[in-house]
Design a protein around this ligand. Structure first.
Ligand SMILES: NC(=O)C1=CN([C@@H]2O[C@H](COP(=O)(O)OP(=O)(O)OC[C@H]3O[C@@H](n4cnc5c(N)ncnc54)[C@H](OP(=O)(O)O)[C@@H]3O)[C@@H](O)[C@H]2O)C=CC1
Ligand SMILES: N[C@@H](CC=O)C(=O)O
Length: 800
């Protein structure tokens, strides 16, 4: 015979209770069943509310009617009037007395299970099954001890086996869950998860073949799906693991419910009654072997810490703490003690925190007076994350992830059998922390949460690329890049669930103004892990906020060159912040767009190959302009407009023309090789004609196209037939000399030979002294630059 237990949600009116009856019919067709039934739907909550109202002397009539209205199922021949009268009388007595009483409370609550079991019995009879109602108060006996129930196993077993042996083979007992009686025959309840306990007790008494727990969740998950979206169902657990999970927050289980099964070796299966046929979780003696099984959580606990020099080497301190707590019925969830014995920390339930402080202050009043104990501190806003299962390096992995996400660990506790690690974090960090730990220890898919500043040429293309190829990155890199926010200079959007192809429409429809402080605050309080800020703007104000971003615990990717080319003091300060916080900043696209230039320079520099000179065409837009202008008949302004339309220029193309963009790139490379240069150190030959230098808006500048064209026509006229114009950047490291100038190059030289918007960099080093390393390819453009930023994001993801 197997025992089937149905939870309250699985017996709610309508489809849920119909499905439960279907399941019972199917299951009993293969093997005899005994049923354990919880109160239906919200019945227990309604009864508790009725009890509270009655004690407060309030009118309970409407609520009582509501309760019974819910209990009646249309077409079912069940008369509950005697129960209604009995409950009403109990509540009236409570109204008169106005006092709380746990035994009466249990009697009130018991109506939920009794009516539910009667209802299921009747529904089964309607289907032609021989169902027999059984009140568990006739079967299970126990005593209330300190907020718990101690079951009298021998007596309960005797009563239960006697009841079962009197059943005919075809009869299906429908037993009330949750309730039992005390030795005087008064109603008691079995506490949290009480109906599950009823089921496992009955199963152990009758030596059932298995217990099936039918509920609204289809099994035990690797973490609470409320917090961790990619939590996975666990197919198989051992009793030990289930017990650890039950002790550490798994709502679906309770430690004491597992015990009767352990002793009798009966397997427990957890299924969803809303998805019959779907695999659930099996819990038995063997389990599925080694490995991490789950990361569970307990919210809202309190951390108590006792510190002081007087604890050093003193015998009996721990004994005094725990005996004081135990005589006040305060249970300690976990403990950690410094090896020097100068401090001890432990976790209690939040409800017990105040009493704990009072009890310990009294116990150690003398030591506190002599300053042997400097303080007893209680911190109420704590949470526990428990890693359950045998682990190799899981603690290291968890700590690495938590550190990267700036999550403070208050206490660590490791079980002796190695099957359990507990980590205590601030409650406010719980969601982020459990995601980090879960992903670290399972090596599960990592999530990178991206907030993107800038949705123009580069930023917009990056977001489109991410949406288009995100699934591919998940498949190949086990990394999900979730776009949680986008901001342009005016508006922003933010959603913890992320945006996909609809980001443009969502941003267009947004009413929320871009506000940097608000964005950082939203991200910090979101509970999202692994946050990366993408800067695809040309805003200097935003780059000046990078230290705030880093100090908030976020990584950065940027196509914006300004953070690396404004003052050296800022550059150095940012590097210090990054180092101190262990944060990442990737900016490969700052020079040469998607070309692997900065990385190459870094590798050469780090391998001590002295870089002597970097020379070439640093500007993609000016490469395009001079490639065309030198050989085609179009005017300079026409080609400049083309370059802008193709997305090669800076937002204000004069930053390219005046040499500022190339100068920035030279500074960035110079700093990579260790020079402490400033923008003013670069000797720049500007291409903005002197007569147009003072013009304000770009449109006004372009309105002077004739002057611009005439200026460049003169320069072009001075070219020989085999020459072309090139705008060349040159970094001479030993001389600390950085120049940008317009040169005439032979069409047949490497510089003269480049096409389209290609950049070309010649890198001379100690090893590559005469034959430089040459890196050449598209040096500007939305597609290649966005790809470069994308690849920086993936590199950051590789560190999670
Ligand atoms: N184009 C290229 O080939 C390359 C460009 N880069 C760099 O990429 C960066 C972006 O260039 P590009 O895409 O061409 O420029 P765009 O002008 O096309 O886009 C800039 C975006 O930044 C937004 N923005 C500006 N200031 C802010 C701010 N303070 N907060 C939020 N958003 C802001 C703009 O908003 P709004 O739309 O409201 O104006 C716009 O969406 C530049 O720094 C450039 O140097 C680097 C390598 C190559
Ligand atoms: N405007 C820049 C874009 C890339 O950095 C260029 O022309 O190279």
């Amino acid at each position: 015979m197997k025992v089937l237990k149905f939870g309250g949600k699985s017996l709610g009116n309508g489809e849920p209770v119909k499905s439960a009856i279907d399941i019972i019919q199917k299951e009993q067709s293969t093997e005899a069943v005994a049923l354990v039934i919880s109160a239906r739907g919200q019945s227990t909550d309604l009864l508790l509310a009725l009890y509270a109202k009655a004690v407060a002397g309030a009118d309970v009539t409407p609520d009582l009617e509501n309760f019974f209205a819910y209990q009646y199922i249309k077409g079912l021949n069940l008369d509950l009037s005697s129960y209604q009268t009995e409950l009403q009388q109990l509540l009236e007595a409570l109204q008169l007395l106005g006092v709380t009483n746990n035994r009466i409370k249990d009697r009130v609550v018991a109506f939920g299970e009794v009516i539910s079991a009667l209802t299921v019995t009747e529904l089964l009879r309607q289907q032609g099954l021989d169902a027999v109602f059984a009140d568990a108060r006739q079967l299970l006996v126990g005593r209330c001890v300190a907020n718990d129930v101690a079951v009298d196993f021998a007596l309960s077993k005797e009563k239960t086996t006697r009841f079962f042996s009197a059943l005919a083979p075809q009869q299906i007992p429908v037993i009330t869950g949750f309730i039992a009686s005390d030795p005087e025959g008064k109603t008691i309840t079995l506490g949290r998860n009480g109906s599950n306990y009823t089921a496992t007790l009955i199963a152990s008494f009758i030596q059932a073949t298995e217990v099936q727990n039918w509920t609204d969740i289809d099994g035990v998950y690797t973490a609470s799906p409320k917090y961790v979206k990619n939590a996975q169902k666990i197919p198989h657990l051992s009793y030990r693991e289930a017990n650890e999970l039950a002790n550490f927050g798994a709502r679906i289980l309770h430690a004491k419910t597992i015990l009767p099964l352990v002793e009798s070796g009966i397997p427990l299966k957890i299924f969803s009654s809303f998805a019959y046929g779907r695999e659930g979780t099996l819990i038995d003696e063997k389990g599925s072997g080694k490995g991490i099984k789950a990361v569970s959580t307990i919210e809202d606990v309190s951390l108590v810490s006792i510190e002081g020099r007087g604890l050093l080497g003193k015998v009996g301190i721990d004994a005094r703490i725990f005996s004081a707590l135990s005589s006040n019925s305060i249970s300690v969830r976990l403990i950690s003690q410094a090896s020097s014995e100068r401090g001890i920390g432990f976790i209690v339930n939040k409800e017990d925190a105040q009493l704990t402080e009072q009890v310990l202050t009294k116990e150690f009043s003398e030591e506190l007076g002599h300053q042997d104990i400097s303080r007893i501190q209680v911190n109420n806003n704590m949470a526990i994350i428990a890693i359950v299962g045998r682990h190799n390096y899981s603690l290291e992995k968890a700590i690495y992830g938590l550190r990267r996400n700036k999550i403070w660990l208050h206490l660590i506790s490791n079980s002796i059998n190695g099957e359990h690690i507990s980590l205590v974090v601030d409650n406010q960090d719980l969601k982020k922390a459990v995601n980090v730990v879960h992903n670290q220890v399972f090596g599960a898919m990592k999530t990178l949460n991206l907030f993107a500043f800038g949705k123009g040429t580069v930023g917009g293309k990056l977001l489109d690329q991410l949406v288009r190829t995100g699934d591919d990155v998940i498949r190949r890199r086990n990394l999900m890049i979730r776009i949680v926010g986008v901001a342009d200079s005016k508006k922003m959007i933010f959603s913890e669930d992320g945006f996909t192809h609809n980001w443009r429409e969502e941003l267009a429809a947004s009413q929320q103004a871009t506000d940097f402080g608000n964005i950082i605050n939203l991200l910090k309080t979101s509970g999202l892990e692994n946050i990366v800020i993408a800067d695809n703007t040309s805003s200097q104000e935003l780059t000046e906020q990078y230290p705030v971003i880093v100090n908030s615990g976020f990584d950065i990717v940027a196509s914006n060159k300004k953070a690396n080319s404004i003052s050296y003091a800022f550059y150095e300060g940012l590097r210090n912040d990054l180092k101190k916080r262990g944060k990442l900043f990737f900016y490969e696209t700052n020079v040469g767009a998607g070309l692997p230039l900065i990385d190459t320079i870094k590798h050469l520099h780090n391998s001590s190959d002295k870089i002597e000179r970097i020379r070439g065409v640093f500007s993609g837009s000016l490469s395009y302009i001079f490639n065309k202008f030198s050989v085609e008949g179009k005017s300079f302004s026409t080609i400049l407009t083309e370059a802008k339309e193709k997305g090669y220029t800076e937002p204000d193309a004069r930053e390219d023309l005046c040499g500022l963009d190339v100068a920035r790139k030279l500074i960035i490379l110079a700093r990579e090789v260790g020079l402490q240069t400033e923008l003013e150190d670069v000797e720049v030959e500007s291409l903005v004609p002197p007569s147009l230098a003072a013009i304000g808006p770009f449109e006004e500048f372009m309105a002077q196209a004739e002057t611009l064209d005439a200026y460049f026509a003169t320069i072009k006229a001075s070219l020989n037939e085999d020459e072309v114009l090139r705008y060349v950047g040159d970094l001479m490291v030993a001389e600390n000399k950085l120049t940008v100038s317009l040169v005439k190059a032979s069409k047949n030289s490497p510089l003269g030979n480049i096409q389209n918007a290609d950049s070309l960099f010649e890198i001379y080093t100690e090893s590559y002294e005469t034959q430089p390393i040459i890196i050449q390819g598209a040096g500007a453009g939305a597609e290649v630059t966005a790809r470069g930023v994308y690849s920086d994001l993936i590199r950051i993801g590789g560190h999670y």
